[in-house]
Design a binder for this molecule. Structure first.
Ligand code: HEC
Ligand code: HEC
Length: 259
């Protein structure tokens, strides 16, 4: 009885070790000596030259190999079919390589202002994201798909995730542009909410208060428009357009005591 237990235990151990070795063998994947399907990069490039380029792609876009290749995330690379063009992102990336070649051609036509040319890389545009939208485009997309609150939540999430990196411009310009796009879209209340958020974030920017004032003018909220223009003028007394707007508001109020 005891012996049987030991034998089956040994058998179990044997198979466990054996199968883990098998899995391990599957796991080891090496860069191909002769890639099969290069259409943009030099066809005779061996895997050793491909490797830094592919790793560079993953970093530039903040993705893994499976983003462009046929394979399942989390599965060993040996199960991937790297030569396959089934994943549409692979051809998108190829077009990007061609685009970079075109850009290089244009850059060669200008005399650089410094002794060195500036290089264009994938991350010059992508900054660690697969879709290199600007922040205001990203917020606009959320707004169109899910509404204002989703866009504002997205702003907070993106700020937590990307602030201090080059991925998005968290300066006052992005919310300002987004706010004006809402104004154009006649979502005045939404625009005011966005300009207010910007004013919370950049209380020392004359421009941001000026935008908020414009929102209030559109909403016919004269008192708040006046307040915001005054804040803007205090920060930048030379702002002629704010001065004129304030004059117009005052002229439009025949009785100064009337609110
Ligand atoms: C942004 C998209 C992208 C990412 C991410 C990416 N690749 Fe690629 N990969 C390509 C493109 C495009 C080609 C084909 C280039 C060409 O046609 O000249 C390619 C080709 C290859 C090839 C050559 C296949 C063959 O036989 O023709 C291998 C191997 C490869 N990639 C491995 C990887 C590995 C491993 C990773 C992850 C570390 C990775 N790639 C990440 C886009 C990508
Ligand atoms: C001049 C700026 C620029 C450069 C440089 C650039 N890209 Fe792009 N890339 C874009 C833009 C813009 C898009 C979005 C196109 C769209 O969907 O409208 C994009 C989209 C992509 C996509 C599709 C992503 C998706 O989810 O839709 C891939 C993959 C990609 N780029 C890979 C690369 C690679 C790899 C490089 C370097 C070889 C590169 N890009 C260089 C601007 C650039």
């Amino acid at each position: 009885m005891r012996r049987e237990v030991i034998v089956s235990l040994l058998l179990f151990l044997f198979f466990a070790v054996f199968s883990s070795l098998l899995v391990h063998a599957q796991d080891t994947w090496t860069w191909p000596e002769k890639p099969q399907n290069l259409k943009v990069l030099p066809k005779d490039w061996p895997g050793s030259r491909l490797r830094p380029v592919m790793v560079g792609f993953t970093r530039a876009l903040g993705v893994r190999c499976s983003y462009c290749h046929k394979g399942v995330e989390g599965k060993p690379l040996s199960t991937y079919d790297f030569a396959s063009d089934d994943n549409p992102n692979k051809n998108r990336a190829r077009e990007m390589l061609r685009m970079l070649n075109d850009i290089e051609e244009h850059l060669k036509k200008i005399e650089p202002s410094s002794d060195r040319r500036v290089n264009m890389w994938c991350h010059t545009c992508h900054h660690g994201r697969p879709r290199p939208t600007t922040l205001d485009e990203e917020l606009g997309e959320q707004y169109r798909k899910k509404g204002l609150q989703a866009a504002l939540d997205d702003y907070t999430d993106l700020k937590n995730k990307y602030y201090g990196r080059a991925a998005f411009d968290f300066g006052e310009g992005s919310l300002n542009v987004f706010g004006y796009s809402l104004l154009e879209n006649n979502d005045i209340a939404g625009a005011i909410q966005v300009f207010k958020l910007n004013a919370d974030m950049f209380p020392n920017s004359a421009n941001v208060w000026n935008s908020l004032a414009e929102g209030y003018v559109k909403a016919s909220d004269v008192r708040k428009a006046q307040e915001s223009y005054e804040k803007s003028l205090k920060l930048d007394p030379a702002n002629q357009s704010a001065k004129e707007a304030l004059e117009r508001i005052k002229d439009a109020q025949p009785n100064p005591k009337q609110k």
